[in-house]
Design a protein around this ligand. Sequence first.
Ligand SMILES: [Zn+2]
Length: 497
Amino acid sequence: MRLVRHLAGIFLLSTCVLAAAPGEAVKRTLLVEVTGIPAKEQAKGARFDYSDYNRVALLSLVRDRAMLLATPAEAEALKRDGYQVTVIAENPDELALYRRAFYGASLKLPAPYHRYDEIVARADELVKLHPERIARIQIGETTQYHRPIYAYRVSSDARHSQPKPGVMFNGCHHSDEVMGAEIVFTLLQKLVLEYGTNPEVTAWVDRCEIFLVPVVNVDGHDIVTSGRDPRWRKNARDVNGDGVAGVFPEGVDVNRGYDFNWAMGGTDRPEKDSYRGRHPFSEAENRAMRHLAELKPFLLSISYHSQGEVIYYPWAWGAQAAPDDALLREIAGEVAAKIPTMSGGGTYAVSPGGPSSQSYVWLYGRKGDFDFIIETGKGTHLFAPEEVPGIIAANLEGVRALMARTDGPGLAVRVTDAATARPLRAEVWLPRIENETVDRRATESEFGCYWRLLRPGFYELIISAPGYEPAVFPGLVVAPGKWTNLDVRLQPSSTAK
Ligand SMILES: [Zn+2]
């Protein structure tokens, strides 16, 4: 029966191909599972080469099992070549095959994944139970449906902003990469619930203000988690303005919308996966993240994505390394070394990422935040439910490594007016490190504070604010293993009133 159908398929295929206009896409009507794929056939350029943007036919390749779309002829060819092939579904509608592949037979996103309203409801419950520990802050609303985008602040006194270094974790710039939401949501609960009993967590929360954005791209996340379309990566913007949003492949890639080398990032073609929008910060999701970064300067942060089991740090920009290249690499390496891969045979890799329009280069270049993209898991954007706890646990080990850095070494500066003791917003510049590829770092105006990670050693430091004499430290010593505190009182300049 199946053979007859496949033979008919092959016949149809050949007539289709003959009839098809040049360049017309092959119509694949089968969802096929192939098991027992050896590692050598999963390598770059091999038959089962899964890479980020090749989602046309090979949907996933987790461990030795692939899910792919195939024509009947392609499925037969795989069988002929000795692969273990099972046809899971047959449907002329490609979306139906995608949904079956990623959601399983129920066609719904299974537990333990969460919808955004479930994440918000649980976080709200924690805010109600522990208002001193966690606060909800609306940082913006989505581009298309104006849904609120929330950040949560976890701190020893979450009701008030405090003079402590900030750390931030965000998930789901790309909405099909839902693991980020699950990791950040798990971390959020851990921080609140283990404070006071887990000494490590208690130390982090006492030492830092920790901001968590489980989902940046809330509209896209809803398209994926509601079961509508598991491929959805971009936001839900109705790009062509026809009044119908959420029709694949519409939307803007919100991880290409930041204004750092914006025109070098993604593409200006709206139908593409990496469409960067019409101008920097055209998307409300990016403006929400900018609002957050202006609310609190971050020392360190992680933007979670999937997939690849690799950490990207800023940046690979021709021959020009980032000003903090050595330290960024060191921290990325420390975090990566603690995150086991799914295969158990190693830990995450480390790589410099491109310098364009993504969150991590913008956060680093413009805001002085050491942000890292972590590509969680391997072989798909949306993992089978049984893989989820393992990937979360692995990445919580990476969080531990990152948080260990919040204890220094580095420079903790407090700048005040020498006459009035008022905290000042001042530029804090290390001229031998921070070249013109990065914006000047500054203290928070509310507290006059600034934290900056540095390797132990000697540094030249210049602190300046309009109306004040700059303070120059030509040979500042940053001590190993702790924060080096510097209390700076700026004298009003003689020309100032
Ligand atoms: Zn991504």
